[in-house]
Design a binder for this molecule. Sequence first.
Ligand code: ADP
Length: 497
Amino acid sequence: MRRNPRLRGQLFISYLFLLMLTLTVMTLALLLFLFAQPVPPSLTYEKLLTIGRDVLQQAGIGSQQSALTLLQVRNLVQQLPRLAADNDTRILIIDMPTRTIITDSAAVFARTDQIRLTQESYTLQIPLRNRFGIHGEPIFGSLWDKDGSEWFFSGITIIRQNQETSAIVLAEPRPQQTFPLVLDRFRQELALPLCQSAVVGLIVAALLAAFSSRTLVRPLSRLEQAAESVAAGSHDQLVPEDGPVEIRALAAAFNRMSGEVNSTQQAQKEFMANVSHDLKTPLTSIQGYSQAIVDGAAKDPAHAARIIFEEASRLNRMVTELTDLARLQAGQMSMQHRPVDIHQLVLMVGERLSIIARERGLQLHLQSDPVPEVIGDGDRLAQVLTNLVSNAMKYTPSGGEISLRTQVNNGGVEVVVRDTGIGIAPDDLSRIFERFYQVDKARGPRRGTGLGLAITHEIVQAHGGRITVTSAGQGKGSTFTVWLPSAHLNTVVRGQK
Ligand code: ADP
């Protein structure tokens, strides 16, 4: 795999989604905020002032004229209802110093009525001021109608000939907040910055997606290549354990798996080499001696026949043991799950082997006490004890001692097989349970197969137990301890098959 566009695309889409979500939430929040805000009067002020200018023009009042004649004022008052109707607005003329109504196009206020009015300071935008010839300074603010409702107004100050200051005031009810109004403000004030942030966010999301996908895809590609190599038969593949935690964990798991596959392959190779070698040795011997008999070259045919018989027996044993081991390791060995009295088992095996021990000049001590029963296969457990005692007898010179003891320990039952034999060097202790492992193949006449302890180990494990070995060193004897869980001692029986 070179690159993973899908991963990058997915990351980009998720970043984009997050970005869009954030912007949508922000937009909604801003809209709500704007909706809760009062409508600013500025728009109304400017609109009314523009209409005011038109009204004055329509009334025939010159834009530069600063004072009005009495006639002009009378005309204006007369025309006011029409001008207001034409321009769709309400026009009032107010005597400013006294806040007294001169006329009201809506005819709500009568002449000489007092009106409540507050002026706001508002600076007009310059273009409007330039376009507009103002009679004095424009005024802005709110006035209150008779029913108490608030109106925004813009006014143009005019000076009557009698020097009284009046204002032509155009008024409009204070606008209510509406959604189109809010949208309009949003479009005018906030849409652009939001779009700009969306573009920046988009670029950042693309960069982030490219960066994250690279840091993710690169180790994944390495893993894929390594896995392909393992599949192609190159088992010693290791990938660097770096990147994000999950990828590191994946790489570590891959390395463990690859190590496991590698060592299994190695063991498999060694096993094949050992099997062929160990099967070949007795076969060669059988071939040689039988050939000698056939050729009449054997000086002592009976001796040759005995050797052939012994070697054939060994071959038979080896094949049986190999089959046992393979079945045990594959979990295919049928095992019974019955209560087993280990004390009785020790006595039985000890008795059976005591004759051979005696023949070999060895003392076999049975120091067994009754112990709680274990659940398992009595025949297989007897095989375990037989293997251990046979080994002890095999590797203990004449005059030595072998003891067999039972005890309760660590919530289970233990059988300890101790001998005063040749012992085992510390380096060999850890390998003793491997298939075909023999401490010194060249040592003495080889009677064993190197499979006994491997089988013993498998049987004990299948009972949920464990087997350990200690030795003070070569020539100082060995001690094998088998621990088995006992249901009576509240231990859990694990791994039973
Ligand atoms: P073998 O058929 O060779 O006895 P095992 O698997 O039973 O195979 O034992 C593996 C090797 O462990 C033996 O070859 C021997 O070197 C060593 N061994 C086993 N038991 C003892 C013991 N009691 N004392 C010393 N060495 C032992």
